[in-house]
Design a protein around this ligand. Structure first.
Ligand code: NDP
Ligand code: 2IT
Length: 449
């Protein structure tokens, strides 16, 4: 096993996020391999960690001043043992091969946990949508799709949104695909409701995170009622995590973006959250503007020189990181615990560093890894695909009534797998083991391909 990690580090040097994601899975699936030597003989680890296909491509586009710009596009098709490749797109200047591969690798396990037939993929570009006009974003998306279209399709690979890719971008991407293929088909999810989208898809990752947290609290005979909660991010996942916390009687104290965070000791209620939604989704403004409307809130600017994130340095019962990977580091983990936090539930992919996770484990904090807690997003994407195939639409109630048992099922599966392999209560081990076994058994059935 250690040989495999070394070989990956040697073959893929500098891919730190990818190494981090793989190492975490390797550490937790060791007891599964000990019990199932046929997995080792079948070269499963080598095959799981080598993407089926890595596609990188040039994305040229012309900005509003008439200048030619060039970005780098990616699609990592990681594994399709249990279904067509499925996973989001991220448009953010930090996007690189390592980040794409870590997200694609995590997606394989996450999608397996949903119990739906979805393989794992991820894509995106090092494009910064912030500050770009709608026309610039449209030209970029169209150029991106003129290459991506040949690699995707409803039975091959089905992208979705993610950081920097929301309803606007999905519309432009879909439009270009439709023109190129002359096909109106469910080749992407996160579509708008008028042309094949699913109700509850926008809310699903955030709502699912909170459903998962509720299940975790129930194992300690507790609920979200009256709990103070720190939430990071102010995008899709953060907004709907906050919305569901409020609905469940919790109190949301913080939200953030990459420039800084706001702390509102009175709590961010529904009305204030509507303000944030309008600010972020329509005005495309900054979270700092919250304090102009609600002057009791305190805004703190982000400081990259710090080795901790001050957002996590407040008294609260629960923490919901919903912004970006490695948002909670070792010092943040201690700060949270020293301020009474009993539950950390990840909305953002790989939101905590391995050191932070070890501290949560040591201090017996309820900790849910993103691949279990935020799987509600991709689960409802799977339901969008099902509706597209049937050319029917389900009601919001029908979809929520499917999402809830899926999240409950993931929670149960994590606990069962963790207990079976000697790690009771360890959601990370349980998620990795259960996801891994489902994918690996399918790979064994299908031979060495
Ligand atoms: P959005 O683009 O809607 O929001 C991302 C948020 O994170 C923004 O508020 C953004 O701020 C903030 N952010 C980005 N980079 C940083 C940074 N370096 N430091 C602090 N804040 C930062 O994306 P989503 O809400 O969709 O995604 C959030 C996370 O959830 C990601 O990890 C994503 O992979 C994951 N996820 C998304 C799902 C989905 O269906 N959308 C499903 C499951 C998981 P700013 O505006 O300044 O960039
Ligand atoms: O990280 C994720 O699970 C997503 N961005 C959603 C992926 C999807 O295909 O719905």
């Amino acid at each position: 096993m250690s040989g495999i990690m070394e070989s990956i580090q040697e073959r893929d040097p500098g891919e730190h996020e990818f190494h981090q994601a793989v190492e975490e899975v390797m550490d937790t699936v060791k007891p599964v391999l000990d019990r199932n030597p046929e997995y080792v003989r079948a070269g499963i680890l080598q095959r799981l960690t080598e993407p089926d296909r890595v596609i990188t491509f040039r994305v040229p586009w012309i900005d509003d001043e008439g200048r030619v710009r060039v970005n780098r596009g990616f699609r990592i098709q990681m594994n399709n043992a249990i279904g067509p490749y499925k996973g989001g797109l991220r448009f953010h200047p930090s996007v690189n091969l390592s980040i794409m591969k870590f997200l694609a690798f995590e997606q394989v396990m996450k999608n397996a946990l949903t119990t739906l037939h979805l393989g794992g993929a991820k894509g995106g570009a090092d494009f910064e949508p912030k500050g770009k006009s709608d026309h610039e974003v449209m030209r970029f998306c169209q150029s991106f799709m003129t290459e991506l279209f040949r690699h995707i399709g409803p039975d091959t690979d089905v992208p979705e949104g993610g950081i920097g890719v929301g309803a606007r971008e999905i519309g432009y991407l879909f439009g270009m695909y439709k023109k190129l293929q002359n096909e109106f088909t469910g080749m992407i999810t996160g579509k708008s409701l008028g042309w094949g989208g699913s109700l509850v898809r926008t809310q699903a990752p955030g709502y699912g995170v909170v459903y998962f947290a509720v299940e975790m609290l129930a194992t300690r005979n507790d609920t979200l009622e009256g709990k103070t909660c720190l939430v990071s991010g102010a995008g899709n996942v953060a907004q709907h995590t906050a919305e569901k916390i409020i609905e469940m009687g919790g109190k949301v104290l913080t939200l953030s973006d990459s420039s800084g965070y706001i702390y509102d000791e009175e709590g961010i209620d529904r009305k204030k959250l509507d303000f944030v939604k309008h600010l972020k989704n329509i005005k495309r403004g900054r979270i700092e503007e919250y304090t102009a409307a609600y002057p009791q809130a305190v805004y703190t600017e982000a400081d990259t020189g710090l080795d901790y994130n001050p957002l996590w340095d407040h008294w609260a019962d629960c923490a919901f990181p919903c912004a970006i990977q490695n948002d909670i580091q070792a010092k943040d983990a201690y700060n949270l615990i020293n301020h009474g936090t009993k539950l950390v539930c990840e909305g953002a992919d790989m939101a905590s560093t391995p050191e932070a996770v070890a501290i949560f484990r040591d201090k017996k904090i309820l900790y849910a890894p993103s691949k279990a807690a935020n799987a509600g997003g991709v689960a409802v994407s799977g339901l969008e695909m099902a509706q597209n195939s049937m050319r029917l639409s389900w009601t919001a109630e029908e979809i929520d009534n499917r999402l809830k048992p899926i999240m409950k099922g993931i929670h149960r599966t994590c606990l069962q797998a963790a207990a079976e392999y000697g790690e009771p209560g360890n959601y990370l081990a349980g998620a990795n083991i259960a996801g891994f076994i489902r994918v690996v058994n399918a790979m064994l059935d299908q031979g060495v391909v």
